[in-house]
Design a protein around this ligand. Structure first.
Ligand code: UDP
Ligand code: MG
Length: 369
């Protein structure tokens, strides 16, 4: 095992405390039947762990990563598969995968027709994964495979569904670290799930958690949030961050920010209101409708009052037809009807979503029979 490698960051100094004893998570009962950390997904699982790796032009990184990963996984004594997902690479990445596949049957390669993005690559890997546990990491060597045993140990120890890596000591430019810190703080506030580092690809999941997830856009960053919709237990663990070995980053310092913000809005909506869109749209409708009625009603009352005081002449003299407030009131009432309709449509779509797919509106963790 690569425990003594000189490239470790400060996080790894306490590796011995974190790292389980060799063989400690060898899951001895796994071969015989059920392993302690695997529940619902056990039935169909064919290997202990599937490692999913998105690859976009990482030709030179694949060999070294495979070697590191192989050592770690063999050392754990687990049945494993390594799924490389070629996200439309235009270099020799796919050939490199084919070669690894030819040499080791545990290596699987999925090749996209074009570049669909990292999220899609994860999604494909999840769909194909046959492991009881699914681990993810980047292909560029920035994540350290030697952290996987600790993540698994944490998962087993705390009965977690997801254990996500936190790059405490990041080897990135200051600008990127700042943007990432801000984004993570904002997302934690919005979704009320406090995780320090959503950009870290190194994570382990129970298979049933990722198998039930629909991913698009940049949503791979929000896996713990999306999973929280079904009520999962998430833990975070400091992991090693390393410099990219070959090639360069596929994202600029800021280029993904707008997409992440839009995805955040989606996630916040999905988490808060997906099952009852009427709660969101209906509340807006109620607020805007009541404001509209109040302002409009106020104007009408004022006109009536001037009629009471000044008689018919006073009533006619008090003009409300050209008051901006009237326009405002009409606008608010119209808006409120619109939002109400949106809420109703949302409810219908949501019902279709659950009923057409025969999806349960709940998620079971365990049944004792
Ligand atoms: N990646 C991908 N499709 C893309 C962009 C990136 O599969 O469209 C992969 C890339 O090969 C790497 C991982 O996603 O394995 C993370 O990308 P990168 O290292 O460029 O991101 P950074 O570490 O700079 O955030
Ligand atoms: Mg990287």
């Amino acid at each position: 095992m690569h425990l003594g490698s000189s490239k470790r960051g400060p996080v790894s100094r306490d590796r011995e405390t974190w790292c389980p004893r060799r063989g400690a998570i060898g899951f001895p009962e796994m071969k015989a039947g059920r392993a302690p950390i695997f529940d619902e997904a056990d039935k169909d699982a064919e290997v202990d762990i599937s490692v999913v790796i998105p690859v976009y032009n990482e030709e030179q990184n694949l060999g070294p990563l495979y070697a590191e990963l192989g050592t770690v996984l063999l050392d754990l004594g687990l049945d494993y598969e390594i799924i490389f997902v070629d996200d439309g690479s235009v270099d020799g990445s796919y050939d490199a995968m084919c070669q690894l596949h030819a040499e080791d049957a545990a290596v699987k390669a999925i090749r996209f027709r074009r570049n669909f993005g990292q999220t899609a690559a994860f999604a494909a890997g999840f769909d194909y994964a046959r492991g009881r546990v699914v681990a993810t990491l980047d292909a560029d060597g920035q994540n350290d495979p030697a952290d996987i045993p600790r993540l698994l140990a944490k998962m087993e120890e705390g009965d977690y569904d997801i254990v996500t890596g936190w790059r405490v000591d990041r080897r990135e430019s200051l600008a990127r670290r700042l943007v990432s810190k801000l984004a993570n703080a904002l997302i934690s506030r919005t979704t009320r799930i406090s995780i320090h580092d959503r950009g870290c690809s190194l994570k382990v999941f129970r298979a049933d958690v990722v198998k039930n997830m629909h991913l698009y856009g940049q949503l791979h960053r929000f896996l713990p949030e999306l999973a929280s919709a079904i009520g999962v237990r998430v833990a975070e663990l400091p992991v090693n961050d390393r410099k990219r070995k070959f090639g360069k980053s596929k994202y600029g310092a800021l280029s993904r920010t707008p997409r992440v913000i839009l995805d955040l809005i989606t996630v916040a909506f999905v988490l808060g209101f997906f099952a009852s869109p009427m709660r969101l749209f209906g509340s807006i409708a109620l607020i805007s409708g009541s404001l509209g009625l109040l302002t409009g009603g106020g104007l009408v009352l004022a006109k009536l009052y001037s009629g009471l005081v000044g008689g018919w002449a006073g009533f006619r003299a008090y003009q409300i037809g050209d008051r901006p407030l009237l326009l405002f009131s009409v606008l608010l009432i119209t808006l409120s009807v619109n939002f109400l309709m949106m809420g109703l449509l949302g409810e219908m779509i949501m019902r279709t979503y659950y009923e057409v797919q025969n999806k349960p509106t709940y998620s079971i963790r365990k049944v004792l029979e």
